[in-house]
Design a binder for this molecule. Structure first.
Ligand code: SF4
Ligand code: SF4
Length: 383
């Protein structure tokens, strides 16, 4: 196993972390709460035996059953002492000041431990940053929990945009680490690759989640696969893209079979900062463009089209629209609804299409996109 310094925390973490949200389920079950505890326990023990020293869970994972399962595993096997344990405050359930202690204490009880090594505010977004966090005094309380020893290090996980990401980092001196979504396709999404660099430059340890884009890069579409050299598996290329970056402390993988544990451990043991050549990075960039080509709108977020004279966030609207293709259509709608100027405000001036390297015809697409979001909005309404 390879290990890296985890920002300024003083911890040395394995470059591969075990994400505890995709355990195998009991035979025949589709309910996330029915974890196959025997197999999952064996997988964790095997990973730890191979040097993995970071387990990442959260209050919500496996319908609230991931933490209690880990607690039982720790009691039975004693591996708590061998690993760093990370879990997260369920921010979306926090309604009042007392909720912080209520959840943290319940999590300590579930996990059968007296402290959490790495405690994160789960999925900070603009609303929570501007409302819940100050109103419920969460930053003051998380500092207090560190002082009284219930937690050791303070961090946050994140899925909003780059601008807010920087704002959050700059606003609180006590952040020690953060967790962001990154993979070779998502370099311009969410915190972005620039956000990754920024966080590291501020001394934060950076954890990567969704290195395989929810598994999509493990068995990518044919055109993406064809762009990748067969010398490594698509999974190894995707992980190496991240391990190549010195800003990355560790990459989480939500492992769901023993084979995945075995493969990922081998990949991790071969990893190193700066391991990819210029031509390998160019190959991954080609694979990214191929991946985007399969999207509903092949927007690469180059932003040559910006600004739109009528104020539309053109690449942002295409990103939301592309997300409607998977399971995330209601999340995409929420993001779309936050946009002050929506696709129906396109005046078909054609300025963007003239400069777009992908020749995306916004005048034609924007009204259709708006219509599609109206449909999704209607699907949400009961009855
Ligand atoms: S065509 Fe629509 S999206 Fe493109 S620049 Fe004109 S108004 Fe903006
Ligand atoms: S110019 Fe085209 S590809 Fe680039 S951001 Fe605008 S719409 Fe997307």
């Amino acid at each position: 196993m390879e290990y890296r310094e985890f920002g300024k925390t003083g911890a040395k973490v394995s470059v591969l972390g075990f994400g505890c949200m995709r355990f195998p389920l009991e035979e025949g079950s589709k309910e996330p709460k029915n974890i196959d505890e025997k197999t999952s326990g064996e997988m964790i023990l095997r990973a730890v035996e191979q040097g993995v020293n970071y387990l990442d869970t959260a209050y919500f994972y496996h319908d609230n059953e991931s933490e209690p399962f880990l607690g039982r595993l720790f009691e039975r096997t004693g591996i708590r002492e061998k690993i760093y344990l990370a879990t997260k405050l369920p921010l979306s359930l926090v309604k009042e000041e007392g909720d912080f202690d209520r959840f943290l204490n319940a999590q300590l009880e579930r996990l059968k431990t007296d402290h959490i090594d790495f405690y994160l505010l789960h999925c900070v977004n603009r609303k929570e940053w501007e409302e819940t966090i100050p109103q419920c005094k969460l930053l003051e309380q998380i500092k207090g929990a560190k002082k009284d020893g219930r937690i050791r290090h303070i961090g946050f996980s994140y899925h909003d945009d780059e601008e807010l990401f920087r704002q959050i980092i700059d606003a609180f001196d006590e952040w020690e680490f953060c967790q962001i979504q990154m993979n070779y396709v998502d370099i311009e999404n969410q915190a972005t690759i620039r956000g990754l660099e920024y966080a590291a430059s501020k001394g934060l340890g950076v954890i990567i989640m969704e290195p395989l884009l929810g598994g999509k890069l493990a068995s990518p579409p044919e055109n993406v696969k064809a762009a990748l050299s067969p010398e490594k598996t698509p999974v190894e290329w995707a992980l190496d893209f991240l391990w190549n970056r010195p800003e990355v402390s560790l990459v989480l993988s939500g492992m769901s079979s023993m084979q995945m544990v075995e493969d990922n451990v081998v990949y991790a043991s071969r990893s190193a900062e700066g391991m990819l050549s210029k031509s390998e990075l160019e190959m991954l960039e080609k694979a990214r463009v191929e991946y985007i080509r399969n999207s509903l709108v092949p927007c690469t977020k180059c932003r040559y089209c910006m600004p739109c004279p009528f104020g539309l966030d053109i690449p942002g609207i295409y990103e939301d629209y592309n997300h409607t293709a998977g399971n995330g259509k209601f999340g995409a709608l929420r993001s779309y609804e936050k946009k002050p100027i929506q696709a129906d405000q396109c005046k078909a001036c054609g300025k963007c299409t003239k400069v777009c390297p992908q020749q995306i015809d916004s005048a034609e697409l924007m009204p259709k996109i708006h219509e599609r979001f109206q449909e999704i909005r209607n699907e949400q309404k009961p009855g």
